[in-house]
Design a protein around this ligand. Structure first.
Ligand SMILES: [Zn+2]
Length: 434
């Protein structure tokens, strides 16, 4: 059995690993890496002569964004994923296609390719074993975003566990991966793992206690709305719903406006009632009764200057309605922009936090309103990563989906603490397991 790393190795972005078993070829994820102008696709993956099947861990575009490209290059194969990942991936792919068209970036695939992706999907239920060609596979809740899965693959006498992105502890909307973890260990599913392929986004970093960060966040909103308005940029998937649920814990004297892609995402998430969701009835109540949903430009313009709390996309200020709201409030020091998540390098969000300016309508704008960041995360931080890896106790540990420093920090710890081989492959590397 051989693994080839086409992306997401010593980097965050374009996740894509090829698994070769006997004469069969499978892929774990097919993402894109977004750059200031355009994107990068997985390395060499389009040169493959044939792919038998693709396992998709979750909907985020750094794991799913290259799927339409695959179809475009006629590498058509079955895609295995959960029902919610299928629905949410669809929305994200359509949205990114639309944005690429608006910005005149060449999306490198055509609209029909999106339908082909949809038609290629085979729905996988959580905690159920399936067979396909020479592999047996099973998906477990990864606690990262709705639909997200860890994938167990048995082939060629080896047990491989691919974590995708995961969070061990629960958040407002997601039950953490730890929820039925002991059950999976006791049942033998997650015992005797030969190869663990683990994400390391927060390797070497400890996040502050979630409840403390949440309290500070809500206190700050209460303080600001006494004299000004608050804009809360969110990721449409996961963070938007977490923030709504946090806001449900207090009474607010001003309206809450809910705008952007998060409206569509929340509607889709509420359509089903999967067991891994936390607080679904409360989310339903918030979404349908306590917030003002903004879906039309006319209404947006009407509420724009109102005194209130705005929850909207995009989370890194790279587009979406959030920029229009900020454009309308940045000059008043009584207002505040409260960031809620990880900011990639060279995004507007990172510029705002580190340099105090952002680009609005192409203009560099030094903002006068208050700016703060609250570290919420859909990933496991360093202590959670260590706890998880220790429990799995694999024979071989592969660390990826992290900056080189993050992956290497986890490697140094694992080599000391566990008796296993640890690898931090680079893009293009191959690892063989006999
Ligand atoms: Zn993700």
């Amino acid at each position: 059995m051989k693994l080839i790393f086409h992306g997401g190795a010593r980097e965050v972005g374009k996740s894509c690993i090829e698994l070769v078993s006997n004469s069969h070829r499978y892929l774990l994820d097919a993402g894109l890496k977004f750059k200031e102008h355009g994107f990068e696709a997985p390395f060499h993956v389009f040169d493959l002569p044939r792919v038998d099947g693709l396992f998709l861990s979750h909907a985020h575009l750094d794991h799913s964004g290259a799927l339409p490209l695959f179809e475009h290059y006629n590498l058509i194969c079955p895609i295995f994923t959960t029902e919610q990942t299928k629905e949410l991936t669809n929305i994200l792919l359509e949205d990114s296609y639309k944005i690429a068209r608006i910005r005149h970036l060449h999306p490198a695939y055509a609209k029909p390719d999106l339908h082909k992706v949809n038609n290629a999907v085979n729905i996988v239920d959580f905690n159920k074993s399936y067979n396909f060609k020479n592999v047996e596979y099973k998906f477990f809740n990864a606690g990262h975003i709705p639909g997200s899965a860890m994938i167990l693959i048995k082939t060629d006498g080896k047990k491989i566990l691919y974590t995708g992105d995961f969070r061990l502890r629960s958040t407002e909307i997601m039950k953490g991966a730890e929820t039925d973890f002991d059950e999976h260990i006791n049942s033998g599913d997650l015992k005797d793992i030969d190869v663990l392929i683990c994400e390391t986004t927060y390797g070497g970093r400890t996040l502050n206690n979630h409840d403390v960060v949440k309290k500070n966040f809500l206190d700050r909103i209460e303080e600001v709305i006494k004299t000004g308005s608050v804009v809360i940029p969110v990721f449409a998937l996961g963070r938007a719903q977490d923030v709504l649920l946090m806001l449900s814990e207090r009474k607010w004297p001003v309206p809450i406006y809910y705008d952007g892609l998060s409206v569509k995402m929340t509607k889709t998430i509420l359509r089903n009632n999967p067991s891994y969701l936390n607080n679904r009835p409360l989310l339903y109540e918030m979404f349908n009764r306590r917030v003002d949903q903004i879906t039309k430009q006319k209404k947006r313009e009407k509420v724009m200057g109102n005194h209130g709390i705005v929850v909207t996309t995009s989370g890194m200020l790279q587009g979406g309605p959030v920029l229009a709201y900020i454009d309308n409030m940045w000059g008043n020091p009584n207002n505040a922009v409260l960031m809620t998540g990880y900011q990639c390098k060279r995004t507007n969000g990172q510029l705002l936090l580190d340099e105090g300016y952002i680009y609005l309508n192409g203009w560099k704008t030094v903002v006068k309103c208050q700016v703060a960041k609250y570290d919420f995360s859909g990933h496991s931080d360093d202590p959670q990563l260590r706890e998880f890896i220790t429990k799995i106790n694999p024979k071989n540990l592969i660390l990826q989906h992290g900056d080189p420093e993050s992956s290497i920090k986890v490697k140094e710890w694992a080599e000391q603490a566990l008796k296993c081989n640890v690898y931090v492959p680079a893009v293009g590397d191959e690892l063989e397991f006999k």
